[in-house]
Design a protein around this ligand. Sequence first.
Ligand code: MLT
Length: 256
Amino acid sequence: MIENKNNAALNPSPSGEKRGALIVDVCLSPYLYPVYHKENTIVVVIDILRATSAMCTAFHYGVDKIIPVATLEEAADYKKQGFLVGAERNGIAIEGFDFGNSPFSYTTEQIKGQTIVISTTNGTQAIDAARSAYKVVIGAFTNITALCNWLKQQERSVLLLCSGWKNRFNLEDTLFAGAVTDILLKDKKYKSGDGALTASYLYQSAQKNPYRYLRNSSHTERLAAMGLKKDIKYCFTLDQTTVIPVLEDKYLVRMT
Ligand code: MLT
């Protein structure tokens, strides 16, 4: 700790808050969420491959509500109650449920008007970690423009929560967080935390050809090895929907 008579000047608040500015920051793992939690901050949960891409797609194709659950036990209980359930672990659909976690599973008549349940390796864990936030919304490349336009209208700080891979860093979520940071920082009312600044530098170095930059990320390779290149391409495609899912109690609903 740096000590001097005017202690506050040399030791800004833990988050490095810059007085009066709206802060955009990035949390690289759900495990770190408690360190980043701040009241009145909007949390954007990110799981590009594939949970948040799949959730935005489901709403785009007419699902009414989604119940995100962190455990397969909860998913199984909802299945017993008659809900349609999507369950995935390690990129693989879990037997005994209706869907895995491919966005293409959520583009059929079957989900229209339904309340469905989803449990994934990382994305639903991140949602669970952030339930105490002022507001939790879902972000992906597929809704990035609508998401950023909405965020800019809220006049609140933003925490971009990367789902990562089993609480470790992953590239695609961080790249998306960098893209959102880049867009928000064009508006001078925002200041970046170091996590967001780093993610934006990463995005700037990748933006010429994100596909090329991401082709060797661990989950991209994992899904490609399972023959899911179509999912990868879909999840990296911008603005296929203007839907912004938002958490209301135990449900994700379409923001109106
Ligand atoms: C995750 O939860 O990290 C992903 O959604 C896993 C996947 O769908 O492959």
